[in-house]
Design a protein around this ligand. Structure first.
Ligand SMILES: Nc1nc2c(ncn2[C@@H]2O[C@H](COP(=O)(O)OP(=O)(O)OP(=O)(O)O)[C@@H](O)[C@H]2O)c(=O)[nH]1
Ligand SMILES: [Mg+2]
Length: 425
Protein backbone atom coordinates (compact mmCIF):
# COMPACT_ATOMS: atom_id res chain seq x y z
CA UNK A 1 0.00 0.00 0.00
CA UNK A 2 1.23 3.47 -0.81
CA UNK A 3 1.81 5.53 2.29
CA UNK A 4 -0.19 8.48 1.09
CA UNK A 5 -3.27 6.32 0.81
CA UNK A 6 -3.61 6.15 4.57
CA UNK A 7 -6.71 7.79 5.90
CA UNK A 8 -8.52 7.56 2.55
CA UNK A 9 -11.06 5.01 3.65
CA UNK A 10 -12.31 6.94 6.64
CA UNK A 11 -13.20 10.50 5.77
CA UNK A 12 -11.03 12.94 7.65
CA UNK A 13 -13.07 15.46 9.68
CA UNK A 14 -11.77 19.00 9.60
CA UNK A 15 -12.48 22.23 11.47
CA UNK A 16 -11.61 25.33 9.46
CA UNK A 17 -10.20 28.44 11.08
CA UNK A 18 -10.25 31.46 8.77
CA UNK A 19 -8.26 34.29 10.26
CA UNK A 20 -8.68 37.84 9.10
CA UNK A 21 -5.59 39.85 9.93
CA UNK A 22 -6.23 43.57 9.64
CA UNK A 23 -4.94 44.96 6.35
CA UNK A 24 -3.32 41.67 5.25
CA UNK A 25 -5.75 40.04 2.92
CA UNK A 26 -7.77 41.86 0.29
CA UNK A 27 -10.45 39.13 0.36
CA UNK A 28 -13.55 39.36 2.51
CA UNK A 29 -13.54 36.86 5.36
CA UNK A 30 -16.63 35.06 3.99
CA UNK A 31 -14.82 34.52 0.71
CA UNK A 32 -11.72 33.22 2.48
CA UNK A 33 -13.90 30.77 4.41
CA UNK A 34 -15.60 29.62 1.21
CA UNK A 35 -12.27 29.13 -0.49
CA UNK A 36 -10.78 27.23 2.42
CA UNK A 37 -13.84 25.01 2.45
CA UNK A 38 -13.50 24.24 -1.28
CA UNK A 39 -9.83 23.48 -0.84
CA UNK A 40 -10.56 21.15 2.05
CA UNK A 41 -13.27 19.32 0.14
CA UNK A 42 -10.93 19.07 -2.85
CA UNK A 43 -8.41 17.36 -0.60
CA UNK A 44 -10.99 14.70 0.19
CA UNK A 45 -11.67 15.72 3.80
CA UNK A 46 -15.04 16.73 5.18
CA UNK A 47 -15.76 20.05 6.91
CA UNK A 48 -17.54 19.76 10.23
CA UNK A 49 -17.27 23.38 11.35
CA UNK A 50 -15.85 26.68 10.21
CA UNK A 51 -14.76 29.48 12.44
CA UNK A 52 -13.90 33.02 11.36
CA UNK A 53 -11.81 35.21 13.60
CA UNK A 54 -10.42 38.71 13.28
CA UNK A 55 -7.12 39.84 14.68
CA UNK A 56 -5.21 43.05 14.51
CA UNK A 57 -1.94 41.14 14.56
CA UNK A 58 -1.06 37.46 14.83
CA UNK A 59 0.81 36.38 17.96
CA UNK A 60 4.24 34.81 17.58
CA UNK A 61 3.45 31.78 19.70
CA UNK A 62 -0.14 30.81 18.90
CA UNK A 63 -1.06 32.94 15.89
CA UNK A 64 -4.62 33.41 17.13
CA UNK A 65 -3.76 33.82 20.84
CA UNK A 66 -3.76 31.14 23.51
CA UNK A 67 -7.36 31.71 24.63
CA UNK A 68 -8.75 31.22 21.14
CA UNK A 69 -6.52 28.16 20.66
CA UNK A 70 -8.00 26.60 23.80
CA UNK A 71 -11.50 27.35 22.57
CA UNK A 72 -10.74 25.55 19.30
CA UNK A 73 -9.19 22.68 21.20
CA UNK A 74 -12.41 22.14 23.17
CA UNK A 75 -14.45 22.29 20.03
CA UNK A 76 -12.16 19.81 18.29
CA UNK A 77 -12.57 17.38 21.15
CA UNK A 78 -16.29 17.82 21.31
CA UNK A 79 -16.72 17.29 17.56
CA UNK A 80 -14.04 14.62 17.37
CA UNK A 81 -12.18 16.49 14.65
CA UNK A 82 -9.11 14.88 13.10
CA UNK A 83 -7.66 18.06 11.71
CA UNK A 84 -7.75 21.82 12.23
CA UNK A 85 -6.94 23.84 9.12
CA UNK A 86 -5.81 27.47 9.29
CA UNK A 87 -6.39 29.89 6.42
CA UNK A 88 -3.02 31.55 6.97
CA UNK A 89 0.49 30.21 6.99
CA UNK A 90 1.82 29.21 10.38
CA UNK A 91 5.43 29.28 11.53
CA UNK A 92 6.87 26.05 12.85
CA UNK A 93 6.69 27.42 16.42
CA UNK A 94 3.06 28.44 16.05
CA UNK A 95 2.20 25.09 14.56
CA UNK A 96 3.99 23.17 17.29
CA UNK A 97 2.41 25.22 20.06
CA UNK A 98 -1.02 24.94 18.55
CA UNK A 99 -0.67 21.21 18.17
CA UNK A 100 0.25 20.90 21.83
CA UNK A 101 -3.02 22.53 22.86
CA UNK A 102 -5.25 21.28 20.07
CA UNK A 103 -4.80 17.55 20.17
CA UNK A 104 -5.90 17.22 16.52
CA UNK A 105 -3.43 17.60 13.69
CA UNK A 106 -2.98 21.27 12.83
CA UNK A 107 -2.09 22.38 9.34
CA UNK A 108 -2.00 25.60 7.35
CA UNK A 109 -3.27 26.61 3.92
CA UNK A 110 -0.01 25.93 2.15
CA UNK A 111 0.12 22.37 3.46
CA UNK A 112 -3.46 21.86 2.40
CA UNK A 113 -2.72 23.04 -1.14
CA UNK A 114 0.46 20.97 -1.31
CA UNK A 115 -1.58 17.97 -0.25
CA UNK A 116 -4.11 18.46 -3.06
CA UNK A 117 -1.28 18.78 -5.54
CA UNK A 118 0.34 15.63 -4.13
CA UNK A 119 -2.86 13.69 -4.68
CA UNK A 120 -3.33 15.00 -8.22
CA UNK A 121 0.21 14.61 -9.54
CA UNK A 122 0.27 11.98 -12.28
CA UNK A 123 3.18 12.65 -14.60
CA UNK A 124 6.76 12.23 -13.53
CA UNK A 125 7.32 15.95 -13.90
CA UNK A 126 4.23 16.72 -11.82
CA UNK A 127 5.38 14.41 -9.05
CA UNK A 128 8.85 15.86 -8.98
CA UNK A 129 7.45 19.38 -8.87
CA UNK A 130 5.16 18.57 -5.97
CA UNK A 131 7.85 16.79 -4.03
CA UNK A 132 10.19 19.72 -4.56
CA UNK A 133 7.57 22.16 -3.28
CA UNK A 134 6.88 19.94 -0.26
CA UNK A 135 10.52 19.66 0.66
CA UNK A 136 11.16 23.38 0.21
CA UNK A 137 8.24 24.01 2.53
CA UNK A 138 9.48 21.49 5.04
CA UNK A 139 13.13 22.43 5.15
CA UNK A 140 12.94 25.66 7.18
CA UNK A 141 10.53 23.90 9.54
CA UNK A 142 12.85 21.06 10.37
CA UNK A 143 14.01 22.58 13.59
CA UNK A 144 13.69 21.53 17.22
CA UNK A 145 11.31 18.67 17.63
CA UNK A 146 10.50 18.39 13.95
CA UNK A 147 6.83 17.72 14.46
CA UNK A 148 6.33 16.83 10.82
CA UNK A 149 8.40 13.73 11.23
CA UNK A 150 6.30 12.32 14.00
CA UNK A 151 3.00 12.45 12.14
CA UNK A 152 1.84 8.98 11.49
CA UNK A 153 -1.89 9.48 11.39
CA UNK A 154 -2.18 9.96 7.62
CA UNK A 155 -4.52 12.37 5.85
CA UNK A 156 -3.80 15.95 4.80
CA UNK A 157 -0.22 17.04 5.25
CA UNK A 158 1.19 13.55 5.31
CA UNK A 159 0.63 12.39 1.76
CA UNK A 160 2.79 12.93 -1.26
CA UNK A 161 5.17 11.38 -3.66
CA UNK A 162 8.02 12.33 -1.36
CA UNK A 163 6.41 11.34 1.85
CA UNK A 164 8.62 8.46 2.80
CA UNK A 165 11.56 10.71 2.34
CA UNK A 166 10.28 13.11 4.92
CA UNK A 167 11.95 10.88 7.45
CA UNK A 168 15.42 11.83 6.43
CA UNK A 169 17.45 14.58 7.93
CA UNK A 170 17.99 18.11 6.72
CA UNK A 171 21.11 17.38 4.79
CA UNK A 172 19.60 14.55 2.89
CA UNK A 173 16.60 16.71 2.14
CA UNK A 174 18.89 19.35 0.71
CA UNK A 175 20.64 16.77 -1.43
CA UNK A 176 17.30 15.48 -2.59
CA UNK A 177 16.14 19.04 -3.42
CA UNK A 178 19.13 19.61 -5.64
CA UNK A 179 18.65 16.26 -7.33
CA UNK A 180 15.00 17.02 -8.02
CA UNK A 181 15.97 20.41 -9.43
CA UNK A 182 18.44 18.73 -11.76
CA UNK A 183 15.83 16.24 -12.92
CA UNK A 184 13.41 19.07 -13.56
CA UNK A 185 16.05 20.85 -15.56
CA UNK A 186 16.57 17.85 -17.76
CA UNK A 187 12.82 17.51 -18.28
CA UNK A 188 12.57 21.20 -18.99
CA UNK A 189 15.30 20.98 -21.66
CA UNK A 190 13.48 18.10 -23.27
CA UNK A 191 10.31 20.16 -23.23
CA UNK A 192 12.17 23.06 -24.82
CA UNK A 193 13.35 20.95 -27.71
CA UNK A 194 9.83 19.59 -28.17
CA UNK A 195 8.52 23.10 -28.26
CA UNK A 196 11.10 24.08 -30.80
CA UNK A 197 10.00 21.16 -32.85
CA UNK A 198 6.40 22.27 -32.67
CA UNK A 199 7.31 25.75 -33.79
CA UNK A 200 8.82 24.30 -36.90
CA UNK A 201 5.37 22.97 -37.56
CA UNK A 202 4.28 26.60 -37.72
CA UNK A 203 1.91 26.65 -34.79
CA UNK A 204 1.07 29.76 -32.85
CA UNK A 205 0.71 28.96 -29.18
CA UNK A 206 -2.33 29.87 -27.12
CA UNK A 207 -2.02 29.19 -23.39
CA UNK A 208 -5.32 28.76 -21.61
CA UNK A 209 -4.91 30.29 -18.18
CA UNK A 210 -7.28 31.07 -15.36
CA UNK A 211 -8.34 30.54 -11.81
CA UNK A 212 -8.77 26.96 -10.74
CA UNK A 213 -12.24 25.59 -11.55
CA UNK A 214 -12.93 28.40 -14.07
CA UNK A 215 -13.55 25.91 -16.89
CA UNK A 216 -10.19 25.78 -18.73
CA UNK A 217 -10.26 22.05 -19.33
CA UNK A 218 -13.94 22.15 -20.32
CA UNK A 219 -13.02 24.74 -22.94
CA UNK A 220 -10.04 22.87 -24.40
CA UNK A 221 -12.16 19.72 -24.51
CA UNK A 222 -14.96 21.53 -26.30
CA UNK A 223 -12.59 23.16 -28.79
CA UNK A 224 -10.32 20.28 -29.62
CA UNK A 225 -12.00 17.11 -28.42
CA UNK A 226 -9.25 16.66 -25.82
CA UNK A 227 -10.05 14.46 -22.86
CA UNK A 228 -8.88 16.60 -20.01
CA UNK A 229 -10.27 15.72 -16.63
CA UNK A 230 -13.16 18.05 -15.76
CA UNK A 231 -14.41 18.13 -12.21
CA UNK A 232 -16.02 20.51 -9.82
CA UNK A 233 -12.99 20.53 -7.64
CA UNK A 234 -9.90 22.67 -7.31
CA UNK A 235 -6.77 21.79 -9.26
CA UNK A 236 -8.18 18.89 -11.24
CA UNK A 237 -5.55 19.62 -13.89
CA UNK A 238 -1.90 19.51 -12.92
CA UNK A 239 -0.20 18.26 -16.03
CA UNK A 240 -0.23 20.46 -19.06
CA UNK A 241 -1.63 19.21 -22.28
CA UNK A 242 -1.34 20.70 -25.75
CA UNK A 243 -3.73 20.22 -28.64
CA UNK A 244 -3.53 21.29 -32.26
CA UNK A 245 -6.32 23.32 -33.80
CA UNK A 246 -7.04 25.41 -36.87
CA UNK A 247 -8.65 28.79 -36.28
CA UNK A 248 -11.27 30.40 -38.57
CA UNK A 249 -8.56 32.44 -40.39
CA UNK A 250 -6.66 29.22 -40.99
CA UNK A 251 -3.93 29.88 -38.47
CA UNK A 252 -2.67 26.69 -36.97
CA UNK A 253 -2.52 26.98 -33.23
CA UNK A 254 -1.59 24.87 -30.29
CA UNK A 255 -3.85 25.25 -27.28
CA UNK A 256 -2.33 24.34 -23.96
CA UNK A 257 -4.24 23.67 -20.78
CA UNK A 258 -2.35 23.80 -17.55
CA UNK A 259 -2.55 24.06 -13.78
CA UNK A 260 -5.08 26.55 -12.45
CA UNK A 261 -4.14 29.62 -10.46
CA UNK A 262 -5.24 30.57 -6.99
CA UNK A 263 -5.30 33.62 -4.81
CA UNK A 264 -2.07 33.60 -2.76
CA UNK A 265 -0.77 30.48 -4.51
CA UNK A 266 2.12 29.33 -2.33
CA UNK A 267 5.36 30.67 -3.68
CA UNK A 268 7.06 27.27 -3.41
CA UNK A 269 4.51 25.85 -5.77
CA UNK A 270 4.88 28.57 -8.35
CA UNK A 271 8.65 28.10 -8.16
CA UNK A 272 8.38 24.34 -8.50
CA UNK A 273 5.82 24.55 -11.30
CA UNK A 274 7.75 27.12 -13.30
CA UNK A 275 8.80 24.41 -15.75
CA UNK A 276 5.19 23.46 -16.47
CA UNK A 277 4.21 27.08 -16.55
CA UNK A 278 6.82 27.85 -19.20
CA UNK A 279 4.02 27.15 -21.65
CA UNK A 280 2.39 30.30 -20.36
CA UNK A 281 5.53 32.36 -20.55
CA UNK A 282 6.30 31.27 -24.09
CA UNK A 283 2.79 31.54 -25.50
CA UNK A 284 1.99 33.97 -28.30
CA UNK A 285 -1.30 34.85 -26.67
CA UNK A 286 -3.10 34.00 -23.43
CA UNK A 287 -6.70 32.90 -23.36
CA UNK A 288 -7.86 33.81 -19.88
CA UNK A 289 -10.91 31.81 -18.76
CA UNK A 290 -12.73 33.72 -16.07
CA UNK A 291 -15.66 32.22 -14.16
CA UNK A 292 -18.16 35.02 -14.66
CA UNK A 293 -20.70 33.26 -12.43
CA UNK A 294 -18.45 33.45 -9.39
CA UNK A 295 -19.13 35.95 -6.64
CA UNK A 296 -15.40 36.74 -6.72
CA UNK A 297 -14.86 37.51 -10.42
CA UNK A 298 -12.78 40.61 -9.77
CA UNK A 299 -10.75 38.95 -7.02
CA UNK A 300 -10.07 35.90 -9.18
CA UNK A 301 -9.09 38.10 -12.11
CA UNK A 302 -6.65 39.95 -9.88
CA UNK A 303 -5.24 36.68 -8.54
CA UNK A 304 -4.60 35.43 -12.08
CA UNK A 305 -2.76 38.65 -12.94
CA UNK A 306 -0.77 38.34 -9.75
CA UNK A 307 0.50 34.88 -10.77
CA UNK A 308 1.13 36.06 -14.32
CA UNK A 309 3.25 38.89 -12.94
CA UNK A 310 5.24 36.38 -10.94
CA UNK A 311 5.78 34.36 -14.11
CA UNK A 312 6.72 37.52 -16.00
CA UNK A 313 3.91 36.84 -18.43
CA UNK A 314 1.64 39.73 -17.51
CA UNK A 315 2.40 41.76 -20.62
CA UNK A 316 1.36 39.10 -23.06
CA UNK A 317 -1.58 39.77 -25.37
CA UNK A 318 -4.72 38.37 -23.79
CA UNK A 319 -8.24 37.47 -24.74
CA UNK A 320 -10.72 36.93 -21.90
CA UNK A 321 -13.41 34.23 -22.04
CA UNK A 322 -16.14 35.24 -19.59
CA UNK A 323 -17.22 31.67 -18.92
CA UNK A 324 -20.29 30.03 -17.38
CA UNK A 325 -22.72 32.66 -18.67
CA UNK A 326 -25.38 29.95 -18.68
CA UNK A 327 -25.44 30.42 -14.90
CA UNK A 328 -25.90 34.18 -15.04
CA UNK A 329 -29.47 35.33 -15.01
CA UNK A 330 -29.10 39.11 -15.39
CA UNK A 331 -27.71 40.81 -18.49
CA UNK A 332 -26.51 43.67 -16.39
CA UNK A 333 -23.54 41.86 -14.87
CA UNK A 334 -22.44 40.52 -18.24
CA UNK A 335 -22.55 44.04 -19.67
CA UNK A 336 -20.54 45.28 -16.74
CA UNK A 337 -17.91 42.57 -17.12
CA UNK A 338 -17.63 43.21 -20.85
CA UNK A 339 -16.85 46.81 -20.02
CA UNK A 340 -14.49 46.02 -17.15
CA UNK A 341 -12.53 43.21 -18.80
CA UNK A 342 -10.79 44.34 -21.95
CA UNK A 343 -11.00 42.04 -25.01
CA UNK A 344 -13.61 39.77 -23.48
CA UNK A 345 -16.19 37.44 -24.99
CA UNK A 346 -19.05 35.95 -22.93
CA UNK A 347 -19.20 32.19 -23.42
CA UNK A 348 -20.38 28.94 -21.95
CA UNK A 349 -17.75 26.27 -22.45
CA UNK A 350 -20.19 23.71 -21.10
CA UNK A 351 -23.06 24.50 -23.48
CA UNK A 352 -20.92 25.71 -26.35
CA UNK A 353 -22.47 29.20 -26.42
CA UNK A 354 -20.41 31.80 -28.33
CA UNK A 355 -17.45 29.51 -28.73
CA UNK A 356 -17.30 30.36 -32.45
CA UNK A 357 -17.25 34.04 -31.63
CA UNK A 358 -14.39 33.45 -29.24
CA UNK A 359 -12.40 31.62 -31.91
CA UNK A 360 -13.07 34.37 -34.43
CA UNK A 361 -11.77 36.96 -31.96
CA UNK A 362 -8.72 34.85 -31.32
CA UNK A 363 -8.07 34.64 -35.05
CA UNK A 364 -8.35 38.42 -35.41
CA UNK A 365 -6.02 39.02 -32.46
CA UNK A 366 -3.44 36.63 -33.84
CA UNK A 367 -3.58 38.30 -37.24
CA UNK A 368 -2.94 41.63 -35.54
CA UNK A 369 -0.06 40.27 -33.54
CA UNK A 370 1.87 38.41 -36.14
CA UNK A 371 3.42 39.30 -39.44
CA UNK A 372 5.04 37.06 -42.01
CA UNK A 373 8.65 37.63 -42.90
CA UNK A 374 11.51 36.19 -44.89
CA UNK A 375 14.87 36.48 -43.20
CA UNK A 376 18.36 35.74 -44.36
CA UNK A 377 20.70 35.35 -41.42
CA UNK A 378 24.45 35.58 -42.03
CA UNK A 379 26.93 33.48 -40.15
CA UNK A 380 28.03 36.19 -37.73
CA UNK A 381 24.43 36.64 -36.58
CA UNK A 382 23.51 32.99 -36.07
CA UNK A 383 22.43 33.70 -32.48
CA UNK A 384 19.36 35.37 -33.97
CA UNK A 385 18.13 32.02 -35.30
CA UNK A 386 17.42 30.95 -31.75
CA UNK A 387 15.48 34.14 -31.10
CA UNK A 388 13.37 33.52 -34.20
CA UNK A 389 12.53 30.01 -33.04
CA UNK A 390 11.71 31.22 -29.60
CA UNK A 391 9.48 34.08 -30.63
CA UNK A 392 7.91 32.95 -33.87
CA UNK A 393 6.67 30.15 -36.06
CA UNK A 394 9.07 28.87 -38.66
CA UNK A 395 7.50 27.57 -41.89
CA UNK A 396 10.69 26.90 -43.74
CA UNK A 397 14.35 26.91 -42.89
CA UNK A 398 17.29 26.06 -45.12
CA UNK A 399 20.94 26.79 -45.61
CA UNK A 400 21.74 29.00 -48.57
CA UNK A 401 25.48 28.98 -48.84
CA UNK A 402 26.72 29.96 -45.40
CA UNK A 403 23.51 31.80 -44.57
CA UNK A 404 20.27 30.57 -43.09
CA UNK A 405 17.06 31.37 -44.91
CA UNK A 406 13.91 31.44 -42.78
CA UNK A 407 10.30 31.88 -43.69
CA UNK A 408 8.47 32.81 -40.52
CA UNK A 409 5.55 34.37 -38.78
CA UNK A 410 6.63 36.69 -35.99
CA UNK A 411 5.18 39.28 -33.64
CA UNK A 412 5.44 42.71 -35.31
CA UNK A 413 7.80 44.05 -32.72
CA UNK A 414 10.27 41.18 -33.12
CA UNK A 415 10.09 41.41 -36.89
CA UNK A 416 10.98 45.10 -36.80
CA UNK A 417 13.82 44.47 -34.37
CA UNK A 418 15.27 41.65 -36.46
CA UNK A 419 15.05 43.56 -39.70
CA UNK A 420 16.87 46.38 -38.03
CA UNK A 421 19.60 44.10 -36.67
CA UNK A 422 20.03 42.30 -39.97
CA UNK A 423 20.47 45.56 -41.88
CA UNK A 424 23.36 46.58 -39.62
CA UNK A 425 26.75 45.58 -40.87
N1 LIG B 1 -22.50 25.81 -15.77
C1 LIG B 1 -21.30 25.74 -16.31
N2 LIG B 1 -20.35 24.99 -15.73
C2 LIG B 1 -19.13 24.94 -16.32
C3 LIG B 1 -18.82 25.66 -17.50
N3 LIG B 1 -17.53 25.42 -17.81
C4 LIG B 1 -17.06 24.57 -16.87
N4 LIG B 1 -18.01 24.29 -15.97
C5 LIG B 1 -17.89 23.40 -14.78
O1 LIG B 1 -16.92 23.94 -13.91
C6 LIG B 1 -16.20 22.89 -13.25
C7 LIG B 1 -14.72 23.05 -13.48
O2 LIG B 1 -14.41 22.87 -14.84
P1 LIG B 1 -12.96 22.49 -15.34
O3 LIG B 1 -12.98 22.56 -16.83
O4 LIG B 1 -12.47 21.25 -14.69
O5 LIG B 1 -12.16 23.74 -14.76
P2 LIG B 1 -10.60 24.02 -14.80
O6 LIG B 1 -10.44 25.50 -14.99
O7 LIG B 1 -9.94 23.16 -15.79
O8 LIG B 1 -10.19 23.63 -13.31
P3 LIG B 1 -8.80 23.08 -12.69
O9 LIG B 1 -8.14 22.18 -13.68
O10 LIG B 1 -9.27 22.36 -11.48
O11 LIG B 1 -8.00 24.29 -12.37
C8 LIG B 1 -16.76 21.58 -13.81
O12 LIG B 1 -17.73 21.12 -12.93
C9 LIG B 1 -17.39 22.02 -15.14
O13 LIG B 1 -18.45 21.18 -15.56
C10 LIG B 1 -19.86 26.46 -18.10
O14 LIG B 1 -19.71 27.11 -19.13
N5 LIG B 1 -21.07 26.47 -17.45
MG1 LIG C 1 -8.54 21.71 -15.55
Amino acid sequence: MKMWDTGRDKKEKAILVAVDIEGENSWKIEDSVRELRELTLSSGAGVIKDIACHRVKPTASFFIGKGKAEEISNLAQELEADTVIFSEDLSSTQQRNLEEIITAKTIDRTQLILDIFAQRARSMEGKIQVELAQLEYLLPRLTGKGIFLSRLGGGIGTRGPGEKKLEVDRRRIKTRISRLKKELNTLSRRRWSLRRHRKEGAFATVAIVGYTNAGKSTLINRLTGAHQDVRHTLFSTLDSVARKFTLPHKQKVLFSDTVGFLHRLPHHLIEAFKATLEEVKEADILLHVLDASSACVYEQNEAVHEVLRELEADRKPMLVALNKIDLIKDDFSIKRYLKDFKNSVPISALKGTNVELLLEQLSVRLDDLMAEAELVIPQDKMHLVDLVYREGQVFKSEYRGDKVYLQVRLPHRIKAMLENLLQKK
